[in-house]
Design a protein around this ligand. Structure first.
Ligand code: ADP
Length: 490
């Protein structure tokens, strides 16, 4: 279907994922699951979401209602599920509640994670059968739900209810593949089909759930066009590039959007002062409020550099670590909000104690603080080694914080390097994964920051970008139609 064409046949789509805003979030996957279904509903599709009911999800806070209980066939027996439901704006969300696997505080990080998410998938399928709501498409996200396309082509293939259902599989991050041993095949009830990747030595004797999503889905998507090309190469393919190359005609890159209802500096409930591109002068009050909150000297002139991220090697924090002291010697302030690898926790805690008037470090997950940092910082650092899409840089631009990014994946697709000759650009981009190249990009940003009008024009260009879901949601509709065609053997 061409861009902009109306959707005449409303499709029924079940989305399955491990995290969904506002119920559970560790990263961008949750943002997408909170916003893409809404955008598709606005196009007239009947999209519904299924997720696990983690212990931390408060029934009363989210008005969860029990629909009923049923038994899910699992391994050799059955496992009971209580199916719950709420509305997230216009989107019906179903929760799989089961004491054995999900009545725990955390989302991930348990020894039985593989089994937990296999169970969730089985229960999600049985839930729609229980509801007698037959989707046209099941849209699965990341390794946690990647077994579903595999099942639709095996144990559910001859099942009357599921046989017509096509599957779409979205890779949000190829680095997390859900790799388990043979036992998981038994748990999933597909041991008779055995291992699958004799051609890839590292995968010959393991169950790689991400790989199964790629092999069996009718269509595969990932979250930016550049990343869709990159993952076909050994450098970015995380050992699955041969599988992706085999199915490359089924693979489409669709850039994520951000939810403008949530991320809007005109209405954001967490920030001190509301503003937009016409009232950008007011933004400075958010900067002062941020400096006060994070206990750094209140100074409108000093550039505030920020990062909000998982603290992992993927995000380029090894580069940041190598240059942060040299950057601080430029007299800037640095605000970091993130959680992740322990060695980064130690390293940045040390920086915060060594530079108490320049560096503020918060090793927590805190959404309100994140939004105040987007609204109050001048420069947003995202020097990722690889980046499937990245939402941080888009949110930052939308809030007038100018990103410094490496040219990879979705960062390459969303940030245009500032060119002082033309005055065009939305950020500062470097290419090689090298700490000196990052340093040079930061210095370019700091030099440009001295010219207030130029800086303002970069902020304005960033704020005027369209990062809404409008265009991308339509591309998913096209993918759904293609998936159905493939599924029907056309
Ligand atoms: P990824 O999904 O790889 O973690 P993205 O940039 O796609 O990276 O999405 C990260 C999302 O999580 C953004 O919405 C970002 O603001 C948010 N985020 C990351 N770390 C934190 C944190 N410590 N506190 C609050 N929000 C965070």
């Amino acid at each position: 279907m061409p861009d902009g064409a109306p959707v005449d046949q409303p499709l029924k789509v079940l989305m399955t994922a491990a995290e969904v805003v506002p119920f559970a979030k560790t990263g961008g996957l949750a943002d997408v699951m909170g916003s893409l279904p809404k955008a598709l509903r606005q196009l007239g599709l009947d999209v519904r979401v299924a997720m696990p009911k983690y212990g931390r999800i408060d029934d009363a806070r989210f008005n969860l209602e029990t629909i009923g209980t049923f038994d899910v066939p699992f391994e050799t027996g059955v496992e009971p599920v209580t199916l719950k439901h709420t509305m997230s704006g216009p989107v019906p969300v179903y929760f799989i509640d089961n004491a054995r696997y999900f009545n725990r505080e955390g989302i991930y990080g348990y020894a039985d994670d593989g089994e937990r998410f296999i169970f969730f998938c089985r229960a999600a399928l049985e839930a729609v059968r229980y509801l007698n709501w037959q989707p046209d498409i099941i849209h699965c996200h990341d390794w946690h739900t990647a077994i579903i396309p595999n099942w639709l082509k095996t144990i559910y293939r001859a099942d009357e209810f599921f046989a017509p259902v096509a599957s779409v599989y979205t890779i949000h991050n190829l680095a997390y593949q859900g790799v388990f041993g043979y036992r998981i095949l038994e748990i999933a009830g597909i041991a008779e089909y055995g291992f699958l990747y004799p051609q890839i030595a590292e995968l010959a004797n393991v169950v790689d759930l991400m790989g199964r999503g790629i092999i069996f889905a009718d269509m595969i998507t990932t979250v930016s066009e550049t990343y869709a090309r990159e993952i076909l190469t050994p450098e970015y393919g995380e050992k699955l590039d041969p599988l992706l190359r085999d199915r490359k005609e089924r693979l489409v890159g669709i850039l994520n959007g951000i939810d403008y209802d949530v991320y809007d500096p005109r209405t954001d409930p967490y920030i001190a002062v509301h503003y937009d591109v016409h009232t950008l002068d007011r933004r400075i009050e958010n900067k002062i409020a941020l400096q006060r909150e994070v206990r750094l000297p209140e100074d409108p002139a000093v550039p505030v550099l920020a990062a909000i991220s998982r603290l992992t090697d993927q995000k380029g924090f090894d580069l940041v670590a190598q240059i942060i002291e040299a950057v601080l010697r430029q007299g800037v302030q640095f605000v970091l909000l993130g959680t992740g690898d322990q060695h980064y926790h130690h390293l940045f805690s040390r920086i915060a104690s060594a530079y108490p008037t320049q560096a503020a470090v918060f090793l927590t997950f805190n959404t309100p603080l994140a939004q105040r940092i987007y609204a109050g910082s001048d420069i947003f650092l995202m020097p990722s080694r690889f980046e499937p899409c990245g939402l941080g840089q888009m949110i930052a631009m939308h809030y007038g914080s100018v990103p410094v990014v490496r040219k990879t994946g979705g960062l390459a697709d969303t940030v245009q390097d500032f060119d002082p000759r033309t005055g065009r650009g939305t950020g500062f981009v470097f290419i090689r994964y090298d700490h000196m190249d990052l340093f040079a990009a930061i210095i370019r940003a700091l030099e440009t920051y001295k010219y207030r009008d130029v800086w303002r024009s970069i902020q304005v260009q960033g704020m005027q970008q369209d990062f809404s879901w409008n265009r991308s949601a339509r591309k998913y509709v096209e993918v759904y139609h293609k998936a159905l065609q493939y599924h029907r053997g056309k």
